[in-house]
Design a protein around this ligand. Structure first.
Ligand SMILES: Nc1ncnc2c1ncn2[C@@H]1O[C@H](COP(=O)(O)OP(=O)(O)OP(=O)(O)O)[C@@H](O)[C@H]1O
Ligand SMILES: [Mg+2]
Length: 429
């Protein structure tokens, strides 16, 4: 069997690692991939957004299944295009992916179907949006409607900050068409939990919960990033809370999708906030989280390929997901300056001999040939490497990762030192 994975980050490396571990016989391809995947997959130099190029490749190479890891091709409609070309693909259609592709649409969907979320208003013009923010009062969260690589959300403590955010989005058009519309919503308080699920349109199969460390610096300080680490399970996500989420959020979302005539096939990601008035949806995403996938997939005992094929065939009810009872922790090694600007091309040492229990997923890396003709791995992105260990609890899993970190180095390497801290104290499920 030939499987093509679309994307190039640590999440896609974790997908490839899991597929290969469960099914050593399959032939894997990754487009555009990264250098860390080369031992397990053929790297295909086609952009993740080039759906015509990818479909032509899939036909030429007789690819049996394409798995889309990243959101942009899904939101652009790669699944519709592949299906029209009679190619088997895993992921939601363009209409289904709107739950991530348009925050205004997602908010309308939740309001219509009484799924708990922060109340909000949607604006196309600065004057009305600013007047609303002034009347409503801070704190507020201002969000670009479309995809903005995690940078289109501004949590504003004062009216001035909100007004400034609205100016940047609606007057300066900082996010181009992704910011033509904005959502202004109430700021909620509480711990955040990511719950990902497989969905075949009829059945939801929930994955183990995870917590994403979104801020750049220890103690949840600094700028929002794509994610600096993750632990699974998420601290504070108790069986009671899971039950409430099932009743008030997960099943109502599935029923709402059915009610809208959307056959949602793929991954659905529930970004939740556990507020004092119950769990609320912060966002939906239409793919695995990055770095949540790196923490969650190593805990999945079930063959990932079987689950994905069950989704594609509409037979998810026949699968029951089995989980490793141990916890996991993922620490992201990033380039100094990230999520702002950073320098690429710095050589990475220490990757040849890493401890057996340490999983190393590459995110932003490339291969370079030095003056002596030998090839070496260099940094090629803001998030460079994702290091993952399993352990009795998240804290000891993280400790095992931190023990391995000093052996790996590149100039300007930075990482959070507090992943997993105090995780088990809060109770989890
Ligand atoms: N209503 C809210 N109240 C408080 N914090 C919020 C709210 N909405 C968003 N946030 C914060 O901003 C972060 C990003 O928001 P959101 O998940 O909507 O954006 P995103 O760009 O789609 O994120 P991602 O890149 O994870 O898909 C959230 O994880 C949360 O920390
Ligand atoms: Mg999102």
């Amino acid at each position: 069997m030939k499987v093509l994975v679309v994307g190039s980050g640590g999440r896609e490396h974790a997908i490839i690692w899991k597929l290969k571990r469960d099914n050593p016989e399959i032939l894997l391809y990754c487009a555009p991939g990264n250098s860390g995947m080369r031992e397990m997959a053929v790297i295909v130099p086609i952009s993740a957004n080039d759906m015509h190029g990818l479909a032509a490749f899939a036909k030429r190479e007789h690819i049996d299944l394409t798995i889309v890891g990243t959101e942009e091709p899904l939101v652009r409609g790669i699944v519709n295009y592949f299906e029209k070309e009679n190619l088997r693909i895993f992921g939601p259609t363009k209409k289904a992916a709107l739950l991530e592709g348009s925050k205004a649409y997602a908010k309308g969907f939740m309001e219509k179907h009484h799924i708990p979320t922060a109340s909000c208003a949607v604006f196309h013009d600065y004057e009305n949006a600013s007047a609303y923010a002034r009347d409503h009062g801070a704190p507020l969260v201002v969000k670009a409607d479309g995809l903005a690589a995690g940078k289109g959300v501004l949590v504003c403590e004062t009216f001035e900050q909100a007004d400034n955010a609205l100016r940047r989005l609606l007057l300066d058009q900082q996010f181009a068409e992704a910011g033509e519309k904005v959502v202004v919503e109430d700021k909620l308080e509480g711990p955040e939990v990511s719950v990902l699920a497989f969905c075949d349109g009829k059945t939801l199969a929930l994955m183990a919960s995870a917590k994403d460390y979104k801020r750049a610096l220890d103690g949840d300080k600094g700028a929002n990033t794509g994610g600096m680490g993750a632990v699974s399970p998420a601290p504070g996500y108790t069986p009671e809370i899971e039950k409430a989420c099932m009743r008030e959020i997960f099943m109502p979302t599935l029923e709402a999708l059915k009610g809208e005539g959307i056959v949602y096939k793929g991954i659905i990601y529930f970004g939740l906030m556990l507020t004092s008035s119950g769990p609320k949806v912060i966002e939906y995403n239409c793919r695995l989280g990055d770095p949540e996938a790196q923490a969650v997939l190593p805990r999945l005992r079930t063959n990932l390929l079987d689950v994905i094929l069950a989704v594609v065939n509409g037979e998810l009810d026949k699968i029951s997901l089995e989980w490793d009872g141990r916890a996991s922790a993922c620490v992201v090694l990033a380039s100094d300056g990230y999520p702002g600007s950073y320098i690429k091309g710095r050589s990475i040492s220490g990757l040849q001999q890493t401890p057996e229990r340490l999983l190393v997923f590459h995110a932003g890396t490339a291969e370079e040939t030095g003056a002596d003709g030998a090839s070496c791995t260099v940094t090629n992105g803001g998030r460079v490497l994702d290091l993952v260990c399993l352990g009795e609890d998240a804290e000891s899993a993280a400790r095992a990762v931190y023990e391995a970190v000093p052996a790996i180095s590149f100039q300007g390497m930075m990482y959070r030192k507090d992943i997993g801290n105090g995780a088990e104290a809060l109770g989890e499920c």
